[in-house]
Design a protein around this ligand. Sequence first.
Ligand code: ZN
Length: 111
Amino acid sequence: MGWVGTALVVVAYYPQIHHLYVERCAWGISQLTWLMWLAASALLLTYCVLRGEAMLSVVQAVNIAAIVTTLLLVRRSNRVCPHHLKVAEPTRRLGFEYNGRVTAESLVTIG
Ligand SMILES: [Zn+2]
């Protein structure tokens, strides 16, 4: 059961990492959120290691590896893929873009 959960953690990260790797597109990714997940995983890994929880330690190690990979790929990404360009274009044309990010307000306006 635990290993199925561990496998699911890996599978869950796959679509995001694949998109970042193939498209070099980091559209909609909040680096602050991922950094907080990284901090949380580091604390939890420390806790698990101190408690001798081997399997949960592996889960946290996998989490940390996936988060670090994601953050590195976000830094490398330098474009918006055609799919997300289509999503972002109407808001950009209407001039709602703010510092390169689409604001929540503009998304509400456009629906
Ligand atoms: Zn994209």
